[in-house]
Design a protein around this ligand. Structure first.
Ligand SMILES: Cc1cc2nc3c(=O)[nH]c(=O)nc-3n(C[C@H](O)[C@H](O)[C@H](O)COP(=O)(O)OP(=O)(O)OC[C@H]3O[C@@H](n4cnc5c(N)ncnc54)[C@H](O)[C@@H]3O)c2cc1C
Length: 329
C-alpha cells in the first residue's frame, strides 16, 4: 500500500485543502506534513481528514518562503513520513522547491497536474491544447496539483497532535524584506470569483461616432467588477497597448492577460467583451466552464464554436444595461 504525504506550507489555504481532498481519494495511508512559523492551526483544520499522523517543522525560519529553508523542511518531512507518493498544492512556494526536494529524496516530480487517480495523473500540454494521462512506477512520486482542479476537503476541524520533526539548517543567506506587487492586479485578479470578465482591445478602438471612449470603458468595466466581484482578464492586445503609448485602461496590467502567452484561469463563467476570440487568446479559456462573448462582429472568432453564447451587440450598450440591472438588485 502507498504511503501518501500531503506536504504543504501551513499558510497555503484553499489549495492545500484541495490537494488534501485529492490525496484522500488515493486510499493509501495518509500522512500530513506541514511547515511554517506555526503549523497547529492548519493541522487542526485538517484534524478530521483521517490522516494517521501529522508531522510538523516549525519555527521563525520557516515563516518566509525561501528555497533553502523550505526545501530542508520538505525533505525531512518526506523522509520522516517514508512517503511513496507526495501530493503538494501547486502554490508558488511549493512549485519552487518540489523539483529540488524530489531530487534530494531520489524521487521524481510532476507539476501542473490537473487530476490524480490511483495509478495515473492528468495534465495538459502545449498551452492546454492536449491532455495526457501519465503514470510512474518510480517512488517517491511528487505530484503538484494545480489550484482550482479539485473541490477542497471539508472534514470537520478538531485538535490534531503534531509530531515535531527536527531540521538542521545551513547558513541562511536570504531574507525576504517585503512584497512588491502591482496594485492594479491585486484589486482585479480574483482567482476564486465565479465570473471572469475579459476585456479586449475593442474597448479602446474608435466607435461608430468616430471617437474612442476609454474613460467610459473603464467606468463600465470597473462598475461590473465592483457589483459582481468578478475577476478581470484581458486580451494581449489590450495589455500591450500601454507599451505602445495609446490610451489604455489604467487598472490593466500584463498579469491580467489570458491566453497562450498569458494565464489559464479557472472560473465557472466567463464573459468576453470587445475581444475578437483569436485562437492564441481563446486557448486560455480551457478551464472556463461556460463562455459568453459580446462582439459587434458576427464573424468573430467566438462565433466559430469558441463561445457557448455570442451576443452580436455593442458591448458599451450591453454592459451599461447589465450594470444598471445589477444596481437595481
Ligand atoms: C504566438 C502568439 C501568442 C499570443 N498569445 C496571446 C495571449 O496569450 N493572449 C491574447 O489575448 N492574445 C494572444 N495573442 C494575440 C492574439 O492572436 C490576438 O491578436 C489578440 O488576442 C487580439 O486581441 P483583441 O481581440 O483584444 O483585439 P482585436 O483583434 O483588435 O479585436 C477587437 C474586437 O473588439 C470588437 N469591438 C470593437 N468595438 C466593440 C464594441 N463596441 N462592442 C463589441 N465589440 C467591439 C471588434 O469587433 C474586434 O473583434 C498571441 C498571438 C501570437 C501570434
Amino acid at each position: 500500500m502507498e504511503t501518501i504525504l500531503l506536504l504543504t506550507h501551513a499558510d497555503a489555504g484553499k489549495p492545500a485543502l484541495e490537494a488534501l481532498a485529492a490525496a484522500k481519494e488515493l486510499g493509501g495511508t495518509l500522512v500530513i506534513g506541514l511547515f511554517g512559523a506555526d503549523v497547529q492551526a492548519a493541522a487542526n483544520q485538517m484534524a478530521g481528514c483521517g490522516a494517521t499522523k501529522f508531522l510538523g517543522v516549525t519555527g521563525a525560519d520557516f515563516a518566509q518562503a525561501r528555497y533553502v529553508s523550505d526545501a530542508a523542511a520538505a525533505e525531512v518531512l518526506v523522509k520522516a513520513a517514508q512517503a511513496t507518493i507526495v501530493i503538494v498544492p501547486a502554490t508558488s512556494r511549493m512549485n519552487r522547491i518540489i523539483a529540488g526536494v524530489a531530487h534530494r529524496c531520489g524521487g521524481r516530480a510532476d507539476t501542473h497536474v490537473t487530476g490524480i487517480a490511483a495509478t495515473s495523473i492528468t495534465r495538459w500540454y502545449y498551452r492546454q491544447r492536449m491532455e495526457a494521462a501519465q503514470s510512474r512506477a518510480h517512488r517517491p512520486w511528487f505530484i503538484a496539483l494545480d489550484p482550482g482542479c479539485h473541490a477542497p476537503d471539508t472534514s470537520a476541524p478538531g485538535t490534531a497532535t503534531v509530531e515535531s520533526v527536527a531540521v538542521t539548517l545551513p547558513d541562511l543567506r536570504t531574507a525576504v524584506t517585503g512584497v512588491k506587487a502591482p496594485e492594479a492586479s491585486q484589486q482585479t485578479i480574483r482567482p476564486d470569483a465565479k465570473v471572469l470578465l475579459v476585456a479586449g482591445a475593442g474597448w479602446t478602438k474608435k466607435q461608430p461616432d468616430g471617437q474612442s471612449h476609454v474613460p467610459e470603458a473603464a467606468e463600465l468595466i470597473l462598475g461590473f467588477l465592483s457589483a459582481t466581484k468578478a475577476s478581470l482578464g484581458s486580451s494581449k492586445s489590450l495589455v500591450d497597448l500601454s507599451g505602445e503609448g495609446q490610451a489604455v485602461l489604467p487598472f490593466m496590467s500584463h498579469l491580467n492577460q489570458i491566453g497562450q502567452t498569458g494565464a489559464t484561469p479557472r472560473h465557472l463563467k466567463g464573459l468576453s467583451t470587445c475581444c475578437h476570440g483569436e485562437e492564441p487568446h481563446a486557448v486560455g479559456w480551457r478551464f472556463i466552464t461556460e463562455r459568453r462573448a459580446i462582439n459587434l462582429d458576427p464573424n468573430c472568432g467566438w462565433a466559430r464554436g469558441k463561445a457557448d453564447v455570442l451576443y452580436v451587440a455593442d458591448a458599451f450598450a450591453v454592459m451599461r444595461k447589465v450594470n444598471s440591472l445589477l444596481a437595481e438588485k
